[in-house]
Design a protein. Structure first.
Length: 137
């Protein structure tokens, strides 16, 4: 039997899957190494972006391939309980799109980084360097 209330359980689950994940830490390390300053999980911004660079008005979302239905292998939907998952993933996808649209409308540059792409640190570096102005240290 589950010893947590549904609400607590759902809070725990959402923390597990959305905060301080390994890919997110990799992006933070890379940004830090490039000399950028950033804030984390700004609740006052639509969609609570994982990483925010206020100075460059840039919001970064680190998406897990499974939960955000990436078009890669890891983003494949489970075969059982198809209806439940389709429904859930469609909602996630719609919410992601609405969040990006709202942030962009408010003048934010949004960067979506996929878990499976982050492993390639060279390409990650290139993506960040392209999106962000050069730092003059
Ligand atoms: Zn992926």
């Amino acid at each position: 039997m589950d010893t947590f209330t549904a609400e607590t359980r759902s809070r725990i689950m959402s923390r597990i899957r959305s905060k301080d994940t390994k890919p997110e830490l990799a992006v933070r390390r890379m940004l830090h190494g490039m000399g950028y300053r950033f804030r984390l999980h700004r609740k006052d911004l639509r969609g609570k972006p994982d990483i925010v660079l206020p100075k460059y008005r840039t919001a970064i979302f680190v998406h897990g391939c499974f939960w955000h239905s990436h078009s890669c292998m890891k983003g494949r939907r489970p075969a059982s309980n198809a209806e439940f998952w389709n429904d859930k993933f469609s909602r996630n996808k719609r919410r992601d799109a609405a969040n990006l649209k709202a942030l962009r409308a408010a003048g934010w540059q949004c960067l979506v980084l996929w878990e499976c792409h982050i492993r390639d640190s060279e390409s990650l570096h290139r993506k960040l360097a392209t999106a962000l102005p050069k730092r003059h240290i």
